[in-house]
Design a protein around this ligand. Sequence first.
Ligand code: SF4
Ligand code: SF4
Length: 150
Amino acid sequence: MDVWDGQFPEVTNRTVSFSCMHCAKPACVVVCPEQALSKRGEDGIVVIDQKKCVGCRSCAKVCPFQIPQYGRAGVMQKCNLCMGRLSDGKLPICVITCPGEALKYGTIEDLSEMSSGKSAEKLSSPTEPSFFLSGRMTGTIFLTLLSSNK
Ligand code: SF4
Ligand code: SF4
């Protein structure tokens, strides 16, 4: 996703890898007519039950970041924060494979602490994304923080 900042002619553009933000107020969950999407109470991860999904794509329309994707099987798919790995005590794949170590994982409290002093901001949206983006002021992304919250 392209992130634009500033006003002409002082404009900056960065390309940011966005996956599901596991929002505190997920519009996708609210709109789903089949209750196929839910936010887990224990860790705040927003998950899709593909057995319930009918492929209406309503979730994709309301997600501010266009995260849910229509898959070949006729159902939606999106990041589940590698919840299977997390339950085994491992980090999400994106975090361990990013060559620039730009992605971090933790609770909202962890990320808030990690981001302090790094010009990081919690991404703003009515859905309250669980995501901090750093480097906004300088136009350089040096740290992007992922989290689930409740
Ligand atoms: S980023 Fe989009 S798909 Fe993910 S929880 Fe928020 S509204 Fe739902
Ligand atoms: S596409 Fe599937 S998950 Fe999305 S709103 Fe429709 S039924 Fe729910």
